[in-house]
Design a binder for this molecule. Structure first.
Ligand SMILES: C[S@@+](CC[C@H](N)C(=O)[O-])C[C@H]1O[C@@H](n2cnc3c(N)ncnc32)[C@H](O)[C@@H]1O
Length: 225
């Protein structure tokens, strides 16, 4: 755990976050849940990492999944909703599961707190052919400027200055194929997921973990004299 993880945990452990909570909940309801819904595998082994107090899970109707969060108070809030499931206090960067455990992993508005190692860990526990449904802030000038402005106006918490925005080019380092993606935009009065616009700001992806690929190496000929 880093100092930043402590700050994140402290922030989410405290009481209600006015503006910030209603904002991401509105985004969940209007844009992310409708985007992810058709991809859900409700009967599969599903992990929601960084499930928080269960807002997205509620919008998606997730039940009997593994729900994991770094912040104990968030897990408690989620449990208090009465949703059936397995609740785990843990860190997305060191998931307490064996490789290839889940058919589907859902992680929304979390990996910009961990950076690429969080995504790599999600991929490790996803089985080959399984999917990762993820949403995060990517690392463009546009996003960094928008977040700085939101922090300066007091709309976002100070910790967002140190967020580990995801470099989209880094997705190519992961053994995944993109099945769908969208950008969350605000079209007053609603947030929407747009497939047409460039992937800037808050972006959502459906990523399929590739089956293991065997690369045939060119054998060197050894001459025996
Ligand atoms: C903005 S909330 C999103 C909650 C939920 N995904 C949703 O959309 O309703 C972010 C959550 O991520 C959790 N989180 C942050 N860093 C984490 C980490 N390294 N491992 C697990 N959870 C983490 C926080 O505790 C918080 O509950």
């Amino acid at each position: 755990m880093t100092v930043f993880d402590d700050v994140v945990q402290h922030f989410y452990g405290a009481g209600k976050r006015h503006f910030f909570d209603p904002l991401y909940q509105q985004v969940n309801r209007q844009a992310l849940a409708p985007f992810f819904q058709p991809w859900l595998r409700p009967k599969g082994r599903v992990l929601e990492a960084g499930s928080g107090s269960g807002h997205l899970a509620g919008e998606l109707g997730l039940k009997n999944c593994c729900f994991l969060d770094l912040t104990w108070a968030q897990i408690k809030r989620f449990q208090d909703t009465g949703t059936p499931g397995f609740f785990i206090h843990g860190d997305l960067q060191q998931l307490p599961f064996e490789a290839n455990t889940f058919e589907q992993v859902i992680c929304s508005n979390v990996v910009h707190y961990t950076g690429l190692p969080g995504l790599a860990e999600l991929l490790r526990v996803t089985e080959p052919g399984g999917q990762m449904l993820v949403a995060f802030l990517e690392n463009s000038d546009f996003t960094r400027a928008a977040v700085r402005l939101a922090v300066a106006c007091g709309l976002f918490p100070l910790l967002m200055r140190d967020a580990r925005f995801i470099e989209l080019a880094d997705l190519a380092q992961l053994n995944v194929r993109e099945e769908d993606s969208a950008t969350v935009i605000f079209m007053p009065p609603l947030f929407r997921a747009s497939r047409a616009l460039p992937r800037q700001g808050l972006v959502a992806f459906v990523l399929r973990k590739e089956e293991v690929q065997i690369r045939l190496s060119t054998r060197k000929k050894v001459s025996i004299q």
